[in-house]
Design a protein around this ligand. Structure first.
Ligand SMILES: [Zn+2]
Length: 454
């Protein structure tokens, strides 16, 4: 163990003023510069309730003997347009060293989302998280709450599993964090990009405010949210150590969409992976918008080349996990050997069995191929012309999802997934009961109470 004093001096950093341009789909780029002073005393802020930001792994573990985590996250609506990209990124890969498939985190905005895809992703063991209903910057609390409720109701994800939030455009302020923390139902936020001066932090709680420059948002007020985790977005660095960006890696400086080759993408990811793997092994995030990848097949090819390279080169200690798994491991950090059997990195696997009845749970028991073929005759198609068409197992509402009425009155006789989930079963919305299967359902977090802002 390193001494507490050494840890304290290491994390009592002054994060210098940083300038970062953040752009997402349809966004106007914003440049905001906010200096932040962060300090955290590990003698006061102690696990499991409180984590100081640190570049060192938790539990005093030797970085050379812990798993290297890669978190692949997707932002925005999920629908048939982006589905081929999501399939490319999430299916067909060798499992993690513990035999579990890769798991990703999807920050879902509700507008333009087709909910049967959400049900399918959740059933296949991915994490579903919240990204507002209408993709609004500096998210008002009503947008956050309504998004969580609508995704629960129409996507079939238990409320107690919708624990993460990412601010659209990575744009936040004290009011949006007050709203998020005030709901008391979220475990973490993941909206704050690191920069070259604050690189390599593990996730931490916001008891002492943000440890990275608030370049994409405004850290006004005291900005302290006890117990609320922040999973910072590592900003990828170019080979000359200039900043590349936190989202949708593009190795061509200022390059237009379509320019980078697969090799350039691969080399960018490999360079950043090796910096972390050979350093203190802070998790490496790959943060993308599926929609951004559609126009650039070469870009996707570069990502896939990287996944294959990590699996072939590091078959024993590289794990592709979701954000909830990462935080669960933070609470129970273990070395490589112990991690292999640790529940924190375990998986939630559906029992795909042709003899199982179809119950509209997103699980494709008969292997017909394709999400839309799962649960035949049970999925309901909802139409809100001229722009919104989606399907769900949980009944069409009489108006589209909105912030005033996230779950409008619904047609049909479907019952929403219980807020507390279904234990080791899958929810049957027609029979309004838990259908027990031979599945391994792993719930890492089942209740969350996050303190309000102070
Ligand atoms: Zn977004």
């Amino acid at each position: 163990m390193v001494s507490a004093a050494a840890v304290f001096s290491a994390i009592a950093v002054l994060v210098s003023a940083a300038t970062l341009v953040v752009a997402q789909e349809g966004a106007s780029a914003g440049t905001i510069t906010v200096p932040v002073t962060y300090s955290c005393d590990p003698n006061v802020c102690k696990p499991p309730a409180c984590f100081c930001a640190s570049t060192k792994p938790p539990g005093g573990l030797d970085p050379k003997n812990i798993p290297m985590f890669i978190t692949l996250t997707f932002d925005d609506s999920i629908n048939s347009v982006v589905w081929p990209i999501i399939q490319n990124f999430t299916e067909g890969w060798n499992p993690n060293p513990n035999g579990c498939p890769h798991s990703s985190t999807f920050f879902v905005s509700n507008q333009y989302t087709e909910y049967n895809y959400v049900s399918y992703l959740y059933s296949m063991g991915h994490e579903i998280a919240v990204h507002t209903v209408n993709h609004i910057a500096n998210a008002p609390q009503a947008e956050i709450r309504a998004s969580q409720q609508a995704t629960n109701a129409f996507g079939g994800v238990p409320m107690n599993q919708l624990l993460g939030f990412r601010h659209p455009f990575l744009a936040f302020d004290g009011a949006s964090f007050d709203g998020l923390a005030g709901l008391g139902t979220f475990l973490y936020d993941s909206s704050m990009p690191e920069d070259s001066n604050s690189s390599g932090f593990w996730p931490y709680t916001l008891d002492n405010g943000p440890a990275v420059g608030c370049a994409s948002g405004t850290c006004d007020g005291p900005f302290r949210y006890p117990g609320l985790w922040e999973i910072p977005l590592n900003t990828l660095l170019n080979s000359d150590l200039t900043e590349n960006g936190p989202m949708d890696p593009n190795p061509v400086p200022g390059g237009a969409v379509g320019q980078p080759t697969a090799t350039e993408i691969f080399e960018l990811l490999k360079f950043n992976f090796l910096r972390r793997y050979n350093g203190d092994r802070a998790p490496m995030g790959i943060f993308i918008h599926a929609a951004t990848q559609i126009a650039v097949p070469a870009r996707t090819a570069g990502f896939l080349q990287f996944f294959q390279w990590t699996q072939e080169t590091y078959p024993n200690d590289v794990y592709y996990i979701n954000n909830q798994q990462l935080l669960s491991w933070m609470l129970n950090p273990t070395d490589v050997a112990t991690s292999k059997g640790s529940p924190t990195l375990g998986c939630r696997l559906p029992a795909i069995d042709p003899s199982n009845p179809e119950i509209c749970d997103g699980i494709n028991n008969k292997a017909r191929g394709g999400v839309l073929a799962a649960d035949p005759g049970l999925v309901m198609s909802c139409a809100f012309p001229p722009m919104s068409y989606w399907s769900t197992c949980f009944g069409c509402p009489n108006i589209d999802v909105n912030t005033t009425e996230p779950v409008p009155p619904r047609s049909g006789n479907r019952t929403i997934v219980p807020a507390a989930g279904c234990g080791a079963g899958a929810w049957d919305p027609v029979g309004a009961k838990v259908s027990f299967r031979l599945s391994c359902l792993l719930l890492l977090f089942t209740s969350v109470v996050v303190g309000a802002a102070n």
